[in-house]
Design a binder for this molecule. Structure first.
Ligand SMILES: CSC[C@@H](O)[C@@H](O)C(=O)COP(=O)(O)O
Length: 347
């Protein structure tokens, strides 16, 4: 029996309720967000994280922001809404879903006729639509992924990195959606979850989600993947993405690129599962993707303990780019394609 009722964002009347992903698995707690500034903070501090979930959260942030604007003049309203959009854009630079969702809300605002009350209602409806669509999209990604997983005599063991699960989307997940669909189809033996230093999304969130759904999960540290592949333990790798460019290069959580190299060396298929809202057709190659650099403390400290000496320097890029040639297929809601075939989805 699958639960998967792990919705990172829930709309309740006049507020968004977020699962606080910084506390899982120690504690399941929710945070109520009633204004655009708190939503921007929640995205920045990773209370809500994962590219599609960030997009959903930002869409509600735009609606909450619209409620803060006190004017009856449409032009002034649109100017102030743009300022709110700008604050939300400044939270995290890599996941394109953030910019995609904000743009969709601005388009809604510009194209909704009638008074400002009607416009604000349209912003709430658009946020809810983005959320609903993403859930359906993840389920479609799961189905398409299932159809291209390798045919093996035994059930599959799949490896994933970071958390591209229900918590990272409107629900169900992208990479973990494929894994859920494989489990549901009785084709999955086990998931290996990279712990994903420095924020440990794999050890904390992916492992927790799998436990909720009774999917057998083995957590490994990030440097163990090559050894596991050499032992023949892994049939395929499935990861998510934060931004994919027109040529099929894919930015995802730091460590994904090395995992792709290791997969190539061991002839293990490497799949990227992502909605088309994660594809940035404005960018030609992964070289152009802005890579977020986060606070050094994420490297030198675990929990409350400092693990590295003072006096050293630290470097903390949160994402890396896997070149298209290392990707077996990109699994989208419209089907699984080779990276070079992604262009066909450009509208
Ligand atoms: C479906 S989520 C895809 C990606 O956003 C995910 O793999 C990832 O890298 C998340 O990074 P995070 O820094 O936790 O937001």
């Amino acid at each position: 029996m699958l639960t998967s009722s792990l919705y990172p964002v829930t709309w309740q009347g006049d507020r968004a309720v977020l699962i606080d992903q910084t506390r899982i698995p120690q504690e399941y707690r929710t945070v109520e967000i009633t204004n655009s500034e708190s939503m921007a903070d929640a995205i920045k501090t990773m209370i809500v994280r994962g590219a599609p979930a960030i997009g959903v959260a930002a869409a509600y942030g735009m609606y909450l922001g619209s409620q803060e604007i006190i004017t009856s003049d449409r032009t002034t309203f649109l100017q102030q809404l743009e300022e709110i959009a700008q604050k939300l854009r400044q939270t995290r630079p890599t996941a394109v879903n953030l910019f995609w969702a904000i743009e969709r809300q601005l388009q809604t605002a510009h194209h909704t006729p009638g008074d400002l009350t009607a416009l604000k209602t349209a912003l709430l409806e658009t946020a809810q639509t983005i959320q609903r669509e993403d859930l359906a999209t993840c389920q479609a990604i799961g189905d398409h992924g299932l159809s291209i997983l390798p045919e093996t005599p035994e059930k599959l063991t799949l490896l994933t990195h970071c958390n591209a699960g229900a918590l990272a989307t409107a629900g169900y997940g992208t990479a973990l959606g494929v894994i859920r669909s494989a489990w549901r189809a009785n084709r999955l033996q086990r998931v290996f979850a990279d712990e994903t230093r420095p924020r440990l999304q794999g050890a904390k969130l992916t492992a927790w989600e799998c436990v909720q759904d009774n999917i057998p999960v083995t957590v490994i540290s990030d440097n163990m993947a090559a050894h596991c592949m050499k032992q023949g333990l892994i049939d395929a790798v499935v990861v998510g993405a934060d931004r994919i460019t027109t040529n099929g290069d894919a930015a995802n959580k730091i460590g994904t690129y090395s995992l792709a190299l290791v997969s190539k060396a061991h002839n293990v298929p490497f799949f990227v599962a992502a909605p088309l809202s994660t594809v940035d057709f404005k960018l030609a190659t992964g070289e152009e993707i802005p890579i977020e650099e986060r606070d050094a403390q994420e490297i030198y400290q675990i929990g409350d303990s400092r693990i590295c000496p003072e006096g050293a320097d630290y470097y903390n890029p949160a994402f890396d780019v896997t070149p298209a040639h290392l990707i077996t297929a990109i699994i989208t809601e419209k089907g699984a394609v080779k990276p070079e075939e992604l262009k066909q989805f450009k509208v």
